[in-house]
Design a protein around this ligand. Sequence first.
Ligand code: NDP
Length: 299
Amino acid sequence: MPTPPSVRLAATAHEPAIDLPAIGQGTWYLGEGLAPRKDEVHALQHGLALGLTLIDTAEMYGDGGAEEVVGEALKGRRDEAFLVSKVYPWNAGRDSAIAACEASLKRLRTDHLDLYLLHWPGNIPLEETLEAFERLREAGKIRRFGVSNFDVDEMASLQSLPDGDACAVNQVLYHLGSRGIEHSLLPWQRKQGIPTMAYCPLAQAGSLRRDLLTHPEVTDIAAALGITPAQLLLAWAIRPVAANGGDTRRDVIAIPKATGLDHVEQNAAALAVELDEASLARLDATFPAPSRKTALDIV
Ligand code: NDP
């Protein structure tokens, strides 16, 4: 069987490099009673079994409820997942971040996170947050840290701080209808070797381009390729880029949320979809990347 496409997190002073599947599982709106809890748990476990081993959650989602669902899904199989959670900016202080992480670990029924993200930039000095992340790492409670919703100037400020260059990822909104990061943030991260986690890859949350899955150009190209519109959007988000020596590599991980088992299966199968140049060109023509810097889209 061919190896599924993966994205490498670089080795740090404390952790070896790790290859992660280019598609993971989001958890926003889990644990809020929108679907039966057992279905949410089962969907995550089904995704895990199909190779969607990266699970993204946050203390924010369902006010801790999503972490509890993830904890239930990972009972007895924690080692199968690469677990990501996020701290609210106002909880990201020297001591408050430690307390927030410990509360997340309790809800998740685990003793460590593989990756802990600052959910968005806030008022607490980043130095303090970095200090807390380092203390959590030393205590074995997190393996790596990263950020979310950071634009290029914020990434540059982070990078200039002691240990700021150990930032593993930046998680930002990225889908076919929102390509603003391609102007400067994505190239900057590529230069620094910092992978991107693409949230809302299906553009379903909020009011941002909810029409993408039914857009005629998307449905037409997907039908011609024998895939679903969602698979087209996911394969597009994780498409490889040119690397040195004529090779290609991937550095975007998409984290769709899916509770429908058919959705989970489609999303896992999207790992095997490679888009051809002609399809990519058609998508570029209908959904061009902006030619100037735009504000970072956030939901
Ligand atoms: P998505 O773009 O992942 O869309 C999720 C929706 O798409 C759900 O309604 C789901 O339905 C549906 N869906 C999933 N798979 C398919 C499919 N194959 N075909 C058709 N529909 C499908 O939006 P999210 O907002 O959930 O973003 C993904 C994740 O990103 C979040 O869950 C969260 O983990 C993270 N996130 C991070 C943010 C940040 O600030 N860092 C902000 C927002 C999101 P169903 O569930 O019924 O299967």
